[in-house]
Design a protein around this ligand. Structure first.
Ligand code: C5P
Length: 221
């Protein structure tokens, strides 16, 4: 039997940092499902397929082979034989992922991959629909959120530190738009599962959130 922890929530709430650390402490595998949607988005961008072109996306779902490998404990996304980890973190890919993730066929394809991974290994999986749709029987479900202002502030700091010029208001607007797309799509939208524990990282440090999740998991096991 394998254990699974589902961490869902809006963009920029700190899910990946926290999920990665929790997985490390427990010796579980960290599964970043957003990276899979980004790989699919990269495929669509390269082929010049629009996010609302259902017919061509349907074809793309058959042609894009997405698999996951691990190197030094880090998830590597392989798209038709190419490791695309270095190409999926751009704004362009992020925006396309946000738009194309509303497509049902894209979701069904990637959810199958995610469920197969959780069936074989102990996982901490983060995303938007893990507790509600991908792993409804997860041992622990966390809904991690933070105010849009706090999330925009973190993103602004991250970009500024990288030397990238950016506008705080534009970042916050982008975050609100992405949340809106994730929460209002028809198929498997972002929402808190009934049995998920709500954690708000607006005023909690990373370590505090990780410790809370560890305590919750050990209490449930
Ligand atoms: O988490 P990340 O920003 O890398 O995800 C990229 C996009 O993929 C998100 O904006 C979201 O719309 C989508 N996504 C999703 N379901 C998931 C993970 C990500 O719809 N489980």
């Amino acid at each position: 039997m394998s254990y699974s922890i589902a961490i869902d929530g809006p963009a920029g709430a700190g899910k990946s940092t926290i999920a990665r650390q929790v997985a490390k402490r427990l010796g579980f595998i960290y599964v970043d499902t957003g990276a899979m949607y980004r790989a699919m988005a990269l495929y669509l961008l390269r082929k010049g397929i629009a996010a609302d072109d259902g017919e061509r996306i349907s074809e793309a779902c058959k042609d894009a082979d997405i698999t996951i490998e691990y190197a030094d404990g880090e998830q590597q996304v392989i798209l038709n034989g190419e490791n695309v980890n270095g190409s999926i973190r751009t704004e362009e890919v992020g925006n396309m992922a946000s738009a194309s993730a509303a497509n049902k066929e894209v979701r069904i394809k990637l959810v199958e991959l995610q469920r197969n991974m959780a069936a074989k290994k102990n996982v901490v999986m983060d995303g938007r629909d893990i507790g509600t749709y991908v792993l409804p029987e997860a041992d622990l479900k966390i809904y991690l959120t933070a105010s849009s202002a706090v999330r925009a502030e973190r993103r602004h700091k991250e970009l500024t530190e990288k030397g990238i010029e950016c506008d705080f208001d534009a970042i916050e607007r982008d975050i609100i738009d992405r949340d809106d797309r994730d929460m209002t799509r028809e198929f498997a939208p972002l929402r808190q599962a009934e049995d998920a524990v709500l954690l708000d990282s607006s005023y909690m440090g990373i370590e505090e959130v990780i410790d809370s999740i560890m305590e919750l998991f050990h209490g449930k096991k």
